[in-house]
Write a protein that binds this ligand. Sequence first.
Ligand code: FES
Ligand code: FES
Length: 167
Amino acid sequence: MLYHVTLTINGHRYEGDVEARKLLVHFIREVAGLTGTHVGCDTTSCGACTVLLDGRPVKSCTLFAVQADGRAVTTVEGLAPSGELHPLQQAFWDQHGLQCGYCTPGMLMTGVALLERNPSPTEDEIRRAISGNLCRCTGYQNIVKAIQQAATALAGAAGDRRGGSEA
Ligand code: FES
Ligand code: FES
């Protein structure tokens, strides 16, 4: 039996008829064709598949597509819709926060969600936030630095906006 699923991903509508067992990550990659979201373990362990579901980070191999029916998903492609890097992507670049890059989409989505709910996290809070995202390459130090850089950049941008609106 197939179920009709409709999702908004990065602001665009995607529909498909899927089996009940189809994982959200497979809907994103195969139906929507957005392959920036990686599959590492398929068992909720590595975090490579992390996306935002209605703004909250979830491991998309942990949900069935039917559970996300009617909801809004943001994937790594949604961070740079016009091609200009998101401040966190720029920070990963600047701080060498990746090597093979396999964990990076999930790290970015977890980092973006952290900075949304806590714009100036401590190092401990950053490490706690990314504790569900495994990286086999970097040793995490530069990922932490990247999130710290992005927090500073986003705070500066918010300050500029406030200053501009007061002028
Ligand atoms: S692929 Fe989803 S947690 Fe590893
Ligand atoms: S950069 Fe290779 S797994 Fe993180």
